[in-house]
Design a protein. Structure first.
Length: 224
């Protein structure tokens, strides 16, 4: 079942700051690393949408467009801490002041063990309409974006591709993929910018997931 976390929704009501949480709260949140065996570095975030596919920002792997589907070498087993998030079905448009949640991974020092540990952070934010969001930037914004504001901080470099999620009819849906925002971590003066997932579900994501051959997948990516 998609969008089912092992924590009841009442636990999310008190999120007012960016804080460290256990992965069980957001079991689809993914950290994407370089393949270095000695010291892998995180360079993007993402969200698990099937047992073998991750949704992230295209600029994490290519320069064109800004949404991408990564295929894992092997399917994962779903557990309490590994589950897929739901995809929106249509071109949903959300009213201003709608609450959403974003997640990102951070590295914290563990003093007692003299090492670092990767931890998941969550952030409650308010979605803004395109007109309001565009006032913060020198260039116009396309319709296929969402903007999120937060008075306590923002996601940081290395969080590109991180999911923006909403709880709808008992399930968590991914509504946005982090595309850009403040250059400085924690900056509250500029909104975070997300690619609107619903704009890509029917035209790209589902056709890519259904494609059986490499050539067909390449065609889907070329069309998009």
């Amino acid at each position: 079942m998609c969008g089912a976390a092992s924590v009841t929704t009442r636990h999310y009501a008190d999120i007012t700051t960016s804080k460290v949480v256990t992965p069980v709260r957001w079991p689809w949140s993914v950290a994407i690393h370089t393949s270095s065996r000695f010291r892998p570095e995180q360079f993007c975030g993402g969200a698990l949408i099937t047992d073998q596919h991750i949704l992230t920002a295209a600029h994490c792997v290519e320069s064109d467009s800004d949404i991408a589907v990564l295929k894992l070498a092997h399917p994962v087993n779903f557990t309490a801490t590994v589950r897929p998030v739901c995809l929106p079905e249509g071109e949903d448009h959300f009213p201003t002041e709608t609450e959403a949640y974003a997640t990102g991974w951070t590295v914290r020092k563990v003093k007692e063990q003299h090492r670092t540990r990767r931890m998941l952070q969550e952030l409650k934010m308010i979605l803004m309409n395109e007109q309001h969001c565009a006032k913060y930037f020198d260039i116009g914004l396309p319709e296929n974006v969402l903007c999120g504001s937060h008075i306590y901080g923002s996601l940081c470099e290395g969080d590109s591709g991180a999911p923006a999620m909403q709880f709808i009819d008992g399930h968590w849906f991914i509504q946005g993929v982090l595309s850009g925002g403040p250059l400085k971590c924690g900056d509250t003066t500029l909104p975070m910018v997300f690619s609107r997932v619903s704009s890509y579900v029917q035209s790209f994501i589902y056709p890519y997931l259904r494609a059986k051959t490499f050539n067909r997948k390449a065609q889907v990516c070329t069309i998009t």
